[in-house]
Design a protein around this ligand. Structure first.
Ligand SMILES: NC(=O)c1ccc[n+]([C@@H]2O[C@H](COP(=O)([O-])OP(=O)(O)OC[C@H]3O[C@@H](n4cnc5c(N)ncnc54)[C@H](OP(=O)(O)O)[C@@H]3O)[C@@H](O)[C@H]2O)c1
Length: 293
């Protein structure tokens, strides 16, 4: 049996969708079973639990052989991941897929990458067979975070300079993780997963402009300004600082990486940014006011 965490979020719900499409039964650890509308299926067993509560994790792991750990970005991320890895070891889980990030390193100057790096090391020493999936930056950040401003102001704001990134579609990561979880015999490994091409924000502005038929501008904001904007939009100060640290590394070229990992594992080509924009076009277009008759 497979256990997912994060199944209500950007990546996890795509893993869940893929498993369901392929006909697998699985369990999903969720904090609030009443808020899981996208997960309703006879193939999914919802288990109430929380990465902060070790007892709930041990209960969720009864009978589990393969588990997916998706850590939310929080200050105590490493502790949450340790809770999950400890429960998996105690419960005899045979294979654990940990979601991480490109550049994860316990010595990274970025807190987010440091937390991921610490958890990676902890997992490597746990004795559990594992895969660590390090995705590049998500294309879905544009639908989740920037689409409103693109629709309303015809711009998006990031502190990336002219750095390039191998943007990856979360639908592809979902497929890859579902594949890992449903196969046996993977040796412990680290997989860096990217899209097919490395693009700058100016390249993306051009793709968006072509798609919506209007000029969409990339505004290269200063890191301090970017941080303040995130705080104004409601992000806790500490997380805004952590994201800004990470984005400094992105502007220095951290994400200018393209790998063949997705193709090697799934035998499919990863989606391009053009395809991603085409598939989500309505989110980037301003709704026309309804005409009064
Ligand atoms: N965005 C990027 O470009 C990018 C790139 C590389 C790596 N990453 C990594 O991706 C991860 C985030 O993935 P995502 O964007 O797919 O997730 P997400 O959309 O932010 O969703 C987070 C998930 O974690 C669950 N969760 C939060 N706190 C929890 C807790 N205490 N116990 C159990 N579940 C909890 C949430 O459930 P609820 O429904 O209960 O809230 C939700 O399902 C981070 O580790 C980040 O570092 C992101």
């Amino acid at each position: 049996m497979i256990l997912l965490t994060g199944a209500t979020g950007t990546t996890g719900r795509r893993v869940a969708r893929r498993l369901t499409k392929w006909g697998y039964r699985f369990s999903a650890l969720v904090r609030n079973p009443d808020k899981t509308s996208g997960l309703k299926s006879s193939k999914v067993e919802l288990i109430k639990g929380d990465l902060r509560k070790p007892d709930s994790l041990r209960r969720a792991m009864e009978g589990i052989e393969h588990a997916f750990l998706l850590p939310p970005n929080t200050e105590n991320q490493f502790r949450l991941e340790r809770n999950f890895i400890d429960a998996a070891r105690e419960s005899g889980v045979k294979y654990l897929v940990k979601y991480s990030a490109i550049g994860a390193d316990p010595d990274s100057p970025s807190r987010l990458l440091k937390w991921h790096g610490e958890a990676e090391k902890y997992l490597e020493q746990s004795g559990i067979r594992y895969s660590i999936v390090r995705p590049n930056i998500f294309m879905q950040n544009f639908t989740n975070l920037y689409a409103g401003r693109i629709r309303e102001e015809k711009e998006f704001r990031l502190p990336f300079g002219d750095a390039r990134c191998g943007w990856v579609d979360a639908r592809d990561i979902g497929r890859l993780i579902a594949r890992m979880l449903t196969e046996n015999g993977h040796k412990s490994n680290i997989l860096t997963v990217t899209g097919p091409e490395s693009l700058s924000c100016d390249d993306i502005a051009e793709i968006l402009s072509q798609a919506v038929g209007k000029k969409i501008e990339y505004v290269d904001v200063k890191p301090r300004e970017f941080k303040n904007e995130m705080v104004e939009s409601g992000m806790p100060e500490i997380m805004a600082e952590a994201v800004t640290e990470l984005y400094k590394l992105v502007s220095d070229g951290l994400c200018d990486v393209v790998t063949d990992t997705f193709y090697e594992i799934t035998e499919k080509q990863p989606r391009t940014f053009d395809e991603f924009v085409d598939d989500n076009l309505r989110l980037f277009l301003k709704k026309k006011p309804k005409s009064k008759k």
